[in-house]
Design a protein around this ligand. Structure first.
Ligand code: ATP
Length: 306
C-alpha cells in the first residue's frame, strides 16, 4: 500500500506546485478544464525576439469543439512595440486569441508567428518566458507584497521590486499597509481592492520584463483616481513592448495604436478609434452603447434620474 501511496503523494505535491505556478493564468486560460496536450517539436529552438515582438496571425482556424469554430481564418498583424485593443461582442474570440498566442492549444490550420517565427517551432518555455500575462482578476499568493511582486523575477533584489512597484503606481499604497512590503496579502492576509491587485500584477509583469504583454482588463468599474493610477501603470508596462489588451473600458480603447473588432471568431474591423468611429460600423455601435452605459452609471452615482 505504501508503494502505491508514495507516487500518489508525489503526484499531489507536484500538481500543487504546478497549479500554484499557473494560478494567475488559470482563470483566464482555463488550463485545468481541458486535458491540454501541446508538445514541443523534437528540434524546437528558442524564441528569438530581435525585432521587438511583432505578431502575425495568418488564416488561423481553431475550435474547442469540432462542431463550432472559435476562430475562423483569423488574420491580423501587430507591429512591434504597439498597443492593440481587442474588443467586440461576448464570444467573439478575444480570450481565444490570448490562449492561442500562449500556445495553450495548437491551431487546426494557419500560422501564428512572433518576429517571423512560427510559435509551434519554438520551445513552450521559451515562448512563455517572453510573454507577460495580466489577468482580469489576479489571484495573489498568501504571502507578502514583496513575494507577490518578486514572483515575476525570483532573482530580483528588493530595490528592483520596489522600482517595479513605483512604475506600477502601487508603491505609495504599499507603504500605507501595516507592514509595508512585508504585509501579508491574499485570502488569508490583507484583502486588496481589484485596482490594487491589478497594479500588483502589473508590477510583477514589469519586473518580468517580457517582450509581449497580454492584458485582460478588469471589467469592474473603478473610481476615477484608481482608474487613472491603473492607466498610468499600464502605460509604464506597455512602454516599448508589444501589448494586446482585451479592452472593456473606453480609456484603453481610445489610447490604443490600433483596435481589432472580433466577431464570430474573425476580425470585422481594424483601425484607430477615430477611423472606426467615422466608419459608423460595429465599433461605432459598441462605442455608443458603452457611452450610454457610462452616462447612466454616472447619473446613478450622482442620484440623478435617467
Ligand atoms: P467574452 O467577452 O465573453 O470573454 P470572448 O470574445 O473572449 O468572450 P472566447 O472566450 O474567446 O470569446 O470564445 C470564443 C468562442 O469559443 C465562443 O463561441 C465560446 O463559446 C467558445 N469557447 C471559449 N472557451 C471555450 C472552452 N473552454 N470550451 C469550449 N468552447 C469555448
Amino acid at each position: 500500500l505504501l508503494q502505491l501511496y508514495q507516487p500518489l503523494n508525489w503526484f499531489g505535491t507536484y500538481y500543487r506546485v504546478i497549479s500554484q505556478n499557473f494560478i494567475d493564468m488559470e482563470k483566464m486560460l482555463d488550463l485545468f478544464e481541458e486535458g491540454v496536450a501541446v508538445r514541443d517539436a523534437p528540434n524546437a529552438g528558442e524564441l528569438l525576439v530581435r525585432k521587438g515582438g511583432g505578431i502575425e496571425f495568418k488564416d488561423v482556424c481553431f475550435s474547442y469543439d469540432p462542431r463550432q469554430p472559435a476562430v475562423k481564418n483569423l488574420t491580423f498583424s501587430i507591429k512591434p512595440g504597439t498597443t492593440v485593443a481587442l474588443c467586440g461582442p461576448s464570444g467573439g474570440g478575444k480570450s481565444t486569441v490570448f490562449r492561442l498566442l500562449f500556445r495553450f492549444y495548437d491551431i487546426q490550420s494557419g500560422s501564428i508567428c512572433i518576429d517571423g517565427q512560427d510559435i509551434r517551432t519554438v520551445r513552450q518555455q521559451s515562448l512563455r518566458a517572453h510573454i507577460g500575462v495580466v489577468p482580469q482578476d489576479t489571484v495573489l499568493f498568501n504571502s507578502t507584497v514583496m513575494y507577490n511582486i518578486r514572483y515575476g523575477k525570483p532573482s530580483a533584489t528588493d530595490e528592483e521590486v520596489i522600482a517595479a512597484a513605483k512604475a506600477a503606481e502601487i508603491h505609495e499604497r504599499v507603504l500605507a499597509f501595516p507592514d509595508g512590503y512585508n504585509t501579508k496579502v491574499g485570502e488569508r492576509g490583507l484583502r486588496l481592492s481589484g485596482g490594487e491587485k491589478q497594479r500588483i500584477a502589473i508590477a510583477r509583469t514589469i519586473l518580468k520584463s517580457p517582450s509581449l504583454v497580454l492584458l485582460d482588463e478588469a471589467t469592474s468599474a473603478l473610481d476615477n483616481t484608481t482608474e487613472r493610477l491603473v492607466q498610468d501603470s499600464l502605460t509604464a508596462l506597455a512602454n516599448s513592448r508589444t501589448t494586446l489588451v482585451i479592452a472593456h473600458r473606453l480609456s484603453t480603447i481610445v489610447d490604443a495604436d490600433s483596435i481589432l473588432v472580433l466577431k464570430d471568431g474573425a476580425v470585422v474591423e481594424q483601425g484607430t478609434h477615430d477611423e472606426l468611429i467615422e466608419k459608423e460600423g460595429t465599433y461605432h455601435s459598441l462605442w455608443m452603447r458603452q457611452l450610454e452605459e457610462e452616462t447612466n452609471e454616472d447619473r446613478a452615482e450622482s442620484g440623478e434620474p435617467n
